[in-house]
Write a protein that binds this ligand. Structure first.
Ligand SMILES: O=P(O)(O)OC[C@H]1O[C@H](O[C@H]2O[C@H](CO)[C@@H](O)[C@H](O)[C@H]2O)[C@H](O)[C@@H](O)[C@@H]1O
Length: 264
């Protein structure tokens, strides 16, 4: 198992007086939900909703910032009842709050991207498409050779993105074609502004989280206390890991560190 950076005591002490002004923002897959072969089977750990409820009672806001459609994260996490929860779906393109989703119209290019991605994977047995409405994800986790399929598909996905005006976001054995103009960094900054947060805790695990990590680092220069938690795994993202204040072991480690930092 990867070596962790578990020195929570000084961070807990720094956050303690700021709890009512703290934003806690979390990625979903790999952070609340263990990675599984089929995207539709992902579920947050059973204790996640309870831990987030306890956290929400102590801080300004709890938010999920995910590449998933917002409603998928709410349902797969059983998170409907977490007090005041905001879910930024599709990297901030849509929002769920109080049972309602705000979502824009479909981006130009998505119909062509969907059709080309579907045709493309026919040559790569075991690869699958996750049609998320606003975006299309090409998954290689169930291919015979997941890493080789990912590498082979990537230039084709880049060409589709260039032709359709979408952006390609690579992740854990996934290539996502999604609208431009949003990322987790902008979503995080909006959330910070909305609650006038004086501290932010962000937990993630993948490349799509790096804009949020950059936002936390830049918010520090504005006087906001920032804590970055990295959910580690055998699919490590070194550029995320090295920027993290705390490195924990997967979703169970994330829930544990939230408890240590914000509840106990
Ligand atoms: O921003 P996130 O909440 O981390 O979402 C990123 C993508 O996660 C999902 O894919 C990943 O998890 C799957 C289920 O465990 C796994 O099968 C896949 O290999 C991972 O890449 C999700 O399916 C994507 O739509 C998300 O964008």
């Amino acid at each position: 198992m990867p070596e962790t950076k578990p020195d929570v005591a000084p961070i807990r002490a720094a956050l303690a007086p700021l709890l009512p002004h703290t934003l806690v923002a979390l990625d979903f897959d790999g952070v609340l939900a263990p990675i599984v072969p089929r995207p539709e089977d992902a579920r947050a750990l059973p204790q996640a909703a309870h831990v987030l409820t306890e956290v929400a009672r102590r801080v300004a806001r709890v938010a999920i910032v995910t590449g998933r459609p917002a409603l998928d994260a709410v349902r797969f996490g059983a998170l409907e009842k977490v007090p005041g929860l905001v879910v930024c779906g599709h990297y901030g393109l849509e929002r769920w709050r109080d049972g309602r989703v705000e979502s824009p119209g479909e981006a130009a290019g998505i119909v062509e991207a969907r059709s080309r991605a579907t045709a493309l994977i026919r040559d790569f047995p075991g690869t699958t498409i996750e049609d998320k409405g606003h975006s299309v994800a090409i998954h290689t986790r169930r291919a015979d050779h997941p890493d080789a399929a990912f590498t082979a598909l990537r230039p084709h996905a880049e060409a589709i993105a260039a032709d359709t005006g979408l952006q390609l976001t690579p992740g854990r054995l996934v290539l996502e074609l999604r609208p431009t103009g949003v990322d987790k960094g902008a979503a995080l900054r909006d959330l910070v502004q909305e609650v006038s947060a004086r501290a932010v805790v962000y937990a993630g695990d993948d490349l799509g989280d790096l804009p949020a990590v950059a936002a936390v680092r830049s918010l520090r220069t504005d006087g906001v206390t920032g804590v970055v938690v990295y959910s580690d795994s055998s699919e490590a993202v070194p550029e995320f890991r090295e920027q993290a204040d705390l490195v924990v072991d997967g979703p169970a480690g994330v829930l544990g560190v939230l408890q240590d930092l914000l509840i106990s």
